[in-house]
Design a protein around this ligand. Structure first.
Ligand SMILES: Cc1ncc(COP(=O)(O)O)c(C=O)c1O
Length: 309
């Protein structure tokens, strides 16, 4: 498993601080109650210099997560865009993972958070393929988790906040303990939801399917990119409820997310997906995705934010 990388500087509310100075009290509200809103964003080395993929959309979700939890960071989306560009430039990175966070600090004793100050951090560090290079090439072995995702109107699945990742940790730890690389969880209704940190797609008869935004999963930005790329490639897409067993009988499965990119799934619950090799639709979408983020094809959707002017 990957350990966190390090860079030198972290942006904190308009200033740069040293990596190891970005500390908080153990009794900060976010530590006690999981109230740290965050994002996971990637910057890629393109022929025109480092470019952040879909930064605006990630920051919109970031601020939406804050709104859901009544957090009001004093930074506009435009300020945060500049903060991201400046942090990568100051650290001299060409390719990195960015983990902006809005946290509630030290103050409130109980769960009512309003006596805790809000702080915004933008750390970034070099981070390669989340599931490994071999996973991108050959696919991963996945299982269906015994843990379901949250039900709608319990803990909002659309908010990317630390506490939500207790579910993902249970899903992922169980999968690893049982010898799988990844797990796909069902929603409370028994229909497919998402992976521990990815959205899920399947291909059947040349058509691409993915579950709807039903209150059990994170509306992934990569999911949206994949749906857009599929349309660009002329692949028919259907968003709708999917059964567990559809993963056993379809032709192709893949998971996607900022960290995981587009990762093929070669088996589910020890049953081979299709013939157990990476299928043509998955490969075509993966290639177009990687070509897009790495600036090897024209940025027709305006998805790249360059770090340098
Ligand atoms: C639970 C969960 N689902 C889906 C995703 C994919 O989201 P995105 O494509 O925006 O990175 C992530 C990754 O952040 C995630 O943590």
């Amino acid at each position: 498993m990957a350990k966190i990388g390090e860079s030198e500087w972290i942006w904190r509310d308009g200033e740069f601080i040293r990596w190891h100075d970005a500390t908080m009290h153990v009794l900060s509200h976010s530590m006690q109650f999981g109230s740290a809103v965050f994002e996971g964003i990637r910057c890629y080395d393109t022929p025109k210099g480092p470019a952040i993929f879909r930064l605006r959309e990630h920051l919109k979700r970031f601020l939406d997560s804050c709104k859901i939890y009544r957090m009001d960071p004093p930074h506009s989306l435009e300020t945060l865009i500049e903060a991201h560009r400046a942090t990568i430039a100051k650290n001299g990175l060409r390719e990195c993972y960015i983990r902006p966070m809005v946290v509630r600090g030290y103050g409130a004793a109980g769960m009512v958070p309003f006596d805790s100050p809000i702080e915004t951090f933008v750390p970034c560090w070099p981070w390669g393929a989340y599931l490994g290079d071999a996973a991108l090439r050959d696919g991963v072995d996945a299982c269906i988790s015994t843990w379901n995702r949250v039900a709608p109107n319990t803990i909002p699945a659309a908010a990317k906040i630390a506490g939500n990742y207790l579910s993902g940790q249970l899903v992922k730890m169980e999968a690893l303990r049982n010898g799988f690389d990844e797990a796909i969880a069902l929603g409370p209704d028994g229909m497919l939801s998402e992976g521990s940190g990815q959205n899920v797609f399947l291909v059947s008869g040349g058509v691409l399917y993915t579950p709807p935004i039903d209150g059990t999963l994170l509306p992934g930005i990569t999911r949206h990119s994949v749906l857009t790329i599929a349309k660009d490639l002329g692949v028919e897409t259907v968003i709708g409820p999917l059964t567990r067993e559809s993963l056993y009988t379809c032709d192709e499965v893949f998971v996607c997310g900022t960290a995981s990119e587009v990762t093929p799934v070669r088996s589910v619950d020890r049953l081979p997906v299709g013939d157990g090799t990476v299928g043509p639709v998955t490969r075509a979408i993966q290639e177009r995705y990687l070509d897009t983020v790495k600036g090897r094809v024209p940025d027709t959707h305006g998805w790249l934010t360059f770090v340098h002017d």
